[in-house]
Design a protein around this ligand. Structure first.
Ligand SMILES: C[S@@+](CC[C@H](N)C(=O)[O-])C[C@H]1O[C@@H](n2cnc3c(N)ncnc32)[C@H](O)[C@@H]1O
Length: 204
């Protein structure tokens, strides 16, 4: 199995990697000083004008992002999706989500309402088809809705992600952060691997 830094492997391998990690995931991320959920919420708070009513948290993991998000937007209804069955069990137990879908980020979720915010925190690494992902996110969002995501700077460069963003017709880019530490206390990542947090707004 490849390492976390190298992206683990194919979808089945990723799924079982997170299944096996699920029970100690929160504790490990805390040890590695993972701050992307909190930092992403700060960006939303800074840029969005009206309180969101519905959020869809893609690749939600155990729910670390909505945990921070609900501290700022306690009345927002949160739905989530992930491929790992075991990690979804933990999110369900934590009780912050209305609906949890076992779905890949590249498969269409049968949603019951449109969303004001879609998030993808710590998981763009696993996206094989960016165009498809952005098309799905656009479908999930209300007009004027927001898409917040993180993406690793090394993979950004490798995949020429600037070109991907430039080609987006449905979205305006509101903010791209400077490179930020991702998992600074993990020895494979350290201060070597950084992320940017990106906030897009769906056009009218
Ligand atoms: C680093 S964790 C991030 C979880 C959460 N967003 C957070 O910030 O803690 C990556 C998550 O992406 C999920 N994942 C990986 N590949 C996926 C895919 N193709 N579709 C949906 N979820 C996926 C994993 O199961 C895992 O829960």
């Amino acid at each position: 199995m490849k390492s976390l830094r190298k992206g683990i492997g194919n979808r089945k391998e990723v799924e079982s990697y997170y299944d096996n990690w699920s029970s100690s995931y929160d504790e490990t991320l805390d040890k590695w000083n993972y701050k992307a959920p909190l930092q992403s919420v700060s960006i939303l708070k800074k840029f969005i004008k009206t309180k969101p009513k519905f959020i869809l948290d893609l690749a939600c993991g155990t729910g670390l992002f909505v945990d921070k998000f609900l501290q700022v937007y306690p009345n927002c209804v949160c739905d989530g999706s992930d491929i790992s069955r075991k990690i979804l069990k933990i999110s369900k137990r934590n009780g912050n989500y209305r609906y949890l879908y076992r779905k890949s980020i590249e498969s269409k979720i049968k949603i019951v309402n449109k969303y004001n915010v879609v998030s993808l925190i710590g998981a763009m690494t696993y996206c094989k088809n960016h165009q498809l992902l952005f098309k799905l996110v656009s479908y999930y969002l209300e007009k004027n809705g927001y898409f917040i995501f993180t993406h690793r700077v090394d993979l950004w460069q490798e995949s020429k992600f600037n070109n991907v963003l430039e080609k987006l017709k449905d979205f305006d880019t509101l903010n791209i952060t400077r490179p930020l530490n991702y998992l600074p206390k993990n020895k494979d990542f350290g201060s070597d691997i950084k992320i940017r947090i990106v906030l897009l707004k769906k056009k009218k």
